[in-house]
Design a protein around this ligand. Sequence first.
Ligand SMILES: [Fe+2]
Ligand SMILES: [Fe+2]
Length: 139
Amino acid sequence: MSFEWKDRYSLNIPEIDEQHKRLFEIGYHAYNLAMLNDGYDHYDEIMTIVDELLDYVKYHFEYEEKLLEKYNYSKFVSHCNEHNFYIDKIAHISGDKVDADQQKAILDILNFLSEWISNHILITDRQYANELREKGFIK
Ligand SMILES: [Fe+2]
Ligand SMILES: [Fe+2]
């Protein structure tokens, strides 16, 4: 996955799409770093990506959860559980693990971001967009 945004990723909810695009940007940055594989020290850059992801989930997941709560989304709890799974994953990327094997750490992050995009953004997020649209809460 090259982390290039495509129209088919859009939920047609402008604010959410903008937030999702930010995740693709972080992924693109991580992808470029992994492709370097030049043996140089990229510890700080990897940890910057981890920090960006933590900030991102805090903002984006809270935003989505408020929206879903406001409209009484039928799968609210399971949606939040998925969010918590990703938060937990990011919280477990420690400086020690990155230090022990930087290339492995960045590849793990890439796999995890690909999984997040294909299973959460493309499937689970789409489900709430469909329901909110069917109920007439969004256009
Ligand atoms: Fe999302
Ligand atoms: Fe979500």
